[in-house]
Design a protein around this ligand. Structure first.
Ligand code: ADP
Length: 209
C-alpha cells in the first residue's frame, strides 16, 4: 500500500528514468520538452520520496515503490493501537512487595497503578522499586500508591496517536514506557495498553526484515 500521490508529470519522469537510467536531468528535460528549471522541484520530490536516486555526474536511477523507504512511509502512518502491548496493572493498595513479584512473573519493566474505580492513578518503574527497597522498610507493608509517580504527572498516549509522535514523547519525557489510555467522561483514564521502548525496538527490527 502506498500513500504517495504522484502528479502526472512526476509519473512521467519516473517512467522515463526507469526506461533510460542512468539519465541526466538535462536529458529528462529534453524528452519532456521543458526546461531543466521547470523539472527541478519534481526531481527533488521524487528523490526525497526515494523513488529516484541521484548520483552526481552520472544521473538519475530508478528505485521504485518496493524499496525500503516505502516501508518508512508505512511506518510513518502507524498508530499506537497497531503495535501497543499488554499493560501490567496493579491496584494502588497492593504492597510494593506484591508489585515486585508481579513484575518478575510477567517480565515487565513497569506497572501502571489503578485507583479503586480502575482508573489510572500512577506509574512505578523498576528504579522506583529499587529505591523503595533500599529505603529499609517492610516492603509487604508499604502500599505501592505511596511510592508511585502520580497523575497528573504521567505522560500518556492514545490508541489513535501516531507512532512517531508517541516515540517522541517517550524520548522527551525520558521514560521507558507510556500507558495507552482511553479517556472517560469524568476526565479520568482507563489503561488499554502499553507503549514502550522495547516495542519500538522490535518494530525497528521488523522494518529491516
Ligand atoms: P527506570 O528509570 O526505572 O529505568 P523509567 O525511566 O521509565 O524507568 O522511569 C523513571 C521515572 O519516571 C520513575 O520514577 C517512574 O515512576 C517515572 N515514570 C515512568 N513512566 C512514566 C510516565 N509514563 N509518565 C511519567 N513518569 C513516568
Amino acid at each position: 500500500m502506498s500513500i504517495i500521490q504522484l502528479t502526472k508529470r512526476q509519473e512521467e519522469i519516473s517512467r522515463i528514468v526507469q526506461e533510460n537510467q542512468p539519465i541526466t536531468g538535462e536529458k529528462i528535460a529534453d524528452l519532456l520538452h521543458v526546461t531543466r528549471a521547470a523539472l527541478r522541484s519534481d526531481l527533488v520530490v521524487l528523490t526525497m520520496l526515494g523513488l529516484l536516486d541521484a548520483k552526481p555526474k552520472v544521473g538519475y536511477f530508478y528505485i521504485g515503490l518496493e524499496n525500503q523507504r516505502n516501508e518508512y512511509y508505512h511506518f510513518k502512518d502507524m498508530r499506537v493501537s497497531d503495535i501497543m502491548g499488554i499493560p501490567l496493572t496493579s491496584h494502588q493498595g497492593e504492597s510494593v512487595y506484591e508489585v515486585i513479584v508481579k513484575i518478575f512473573m510477567e517480565d515487565a519493566g513497569c506497572a501502571f497503578i489503578l485507583d479503586d474505580d480502575g482508573f489510572l492513578c500512577g506509574v512505578v518503574s523498576r528504579k522506583d522499586l529499587l529505591k523503595a527497597s533500599i529505603g529499609g522498610g517492610d516492603l509487604s507493608k508499604i502500599p505501592i500508591g505511596m511510592i508511585m509517580t502520580r497523575v497528573p504527572n504521567i505522560a500518556t498516549v492514545l490508541e489513535s496517536d501516531v507512532v512517531f509522535e508517541a516515540t517522541e514523547k517517550l524520548v522527551q519525557r525520558q521514560v521507558d514506557s507510556l500507558p495507552v489510555i482511553r479517556l472517560a467522561e469524568n476526565g479520568k483514564a482507563r489503561v488499554v495498553g502499553k507503549f514502550s521502548k522495547t516495542i519500538i525496538t522490535k518494530l525497528f527490527l521488523e522494518l529491516k526484515e
